[in-house]
Design a protein around this ligand. Structure first.
Ligand code: CA
Ligand code: CA
Ligand code: CA
Ligand code: CA
Length: 361
């Protein structure tokens, strides 16, 4: 009996301990607050504590009414209650405040859940006398641009009481753009970009953001059209291979190649411009090569062109059947002329007569 009694007592103590720990941890987890990142602010400027948040519960308990209170100076006990971090200088989760004098301030945020739970968190704010830098966008060119174009960005930053140490360019479509006061980029997405620039000064303060609009249009792929329709040739013929390259944006080809050969083994030939003074690729430009196909058989060929933006285009495969060149024989015309001449000179009678029919055997 005594043993059983001790066991029961032990169990009661154990359960009590577990419950006690559970309730302690529940109390500790009841509410948790984050005042914000430590920061530097400018004396006399409005500062908003916009990164303060309730850490726990997450999400906030919908049945509770949370309230917040801020103390902006841990060195002063404003309400004289002997506690230096509980002066109710503002309410709400994201208040604004102006620090009137330079210095380092302990800023404390208090949170209350309305049912007896509370928590606080303190951040450090350094208030500095400084003039903010000023950013401006000078140039974005070309604008509108075509996808793949190198676009030049030019900006400037000034700081009345220091220097500009960083340029922060951003596109709402591409995200942050790498670059200093000026840079080139050719990987901008198609669409209408809002470009923003902020600059940072040597004291770490950002300028106001300035913005500009940039339109990047879709790049048209080049188009290749074979201009010839020859399907046969002989081994002595010069075969003229012709193709027209067109790019609606006016992009020139970087390299153009005619692939021509038999049994899918191709020679590569770079055709020349038919008109060297034509630099408008929007309405097409003709390229040509003349080749002798010296072997008898079936040739196949196609053209492939690359533009400066990394696009390549290729025509369909075409065929030319090459036959052996025949040595020239007198034409009917020249035979007729010869016959007329012979007649004119009366040679007919003197032509060797054929063997008499009677003696044919
Ligand atoms: Ca106080
Ligand atoms: Ca205080
Ligand atoms: Ca400054
Ligand atoms: Ca193009």
């Amino acid at each position: 009996m005594a043993t059983t009694g001790r066991w029961v007592l032990f169990l009661i103590i154990l359960i009590g301990t577990v419950i006690a720990f559970a309730s302690v941890s529940t109390a500790a987890d009841k509410i948790k607050i984050f005042a914000g990142q430590d920061r530097s602010v400018i004396v006399g400027e409005v500062t908003t504590f916009d990164d303060a948040r309730l850490v726990w519960p997450d999400p906030p308990d919908p049945f509770l009414n949370y309230t917040y209170s801020w103390d902006f100076d841990a060195a002063i006990d404003l309400d004289g209650d002997g506690i230096y971090i509980n002066d109710k200088e503002s309410t709400g989760l994201h208040p604004s405040f102006v620090f009137g004098r330079p210095g380092t301030y302990g800023v404390t945020l208090w949170a209350f859940d309305g049912v007896g739970g509370s928590a606080n968190d303190t951040m450090m704010v350094t208030a500095i006398i400084d003039v903010r830098p000023v950013a401006s966008i000078l140039k974005i060119s070309p604008n509108p641009a075509v996808q793949g174009d190198e676009v030049l960005f030019k900006g400037t930053g000034t700081d009345a009481d220091g220097s500009v140490v960083e340029y922060l360019w951003r596109s709402d479509l591409n995200g942050s753009l790498p670059g200093n006061d000026s840079f080139m980029i050719n990987t901008l997405k198609v669409g209408v970009h809002t470009i923003t620039l902020e600059v940072r000064d040597d004291a770490g303060f950002l300028s106001a953001s300035v913005s500009a609009r940039l339109e990047v249009k879709l790049d048209h792929l080049p188009v290749l059209v074979i201009l010839m329709d020859r399907t046969t040739a002989d081994t002595a013929t010069d075969v003229k291979f012709e193709v027209m390259y067109t790019d609606l944006d006016g992009d020139p080809p970087m390299v153009g190649t005619l692939f021509c050969g038999r049994n899918m083994v191709f020679d590569q030939i770079h055709p020349h411009e038919v008109n060297e003074t034509d630099n408008d690729y929007r309405d097409g430009k003709v390229y040509s090569s003349s080749l002798k196909l010296k072997e008898v058989g079936n040739y196949s060929f196609y053209f492939e062109f690359h533009d400066f933006k990394g696009h390549s285009v290729r025509t369909e495969l075409r065929y030319i059947n090459v036959v052996k060149h025949k040595e020239s024989t007198p034409s009917l015309g020249s035979v007729a002329v010869l016959a007329t001449m012979l007649l004119a000179f009366g040679v007919r009678g003197r032509l060797p007569a054929g063997p008499p029919r009677g003696r044919r055997r």
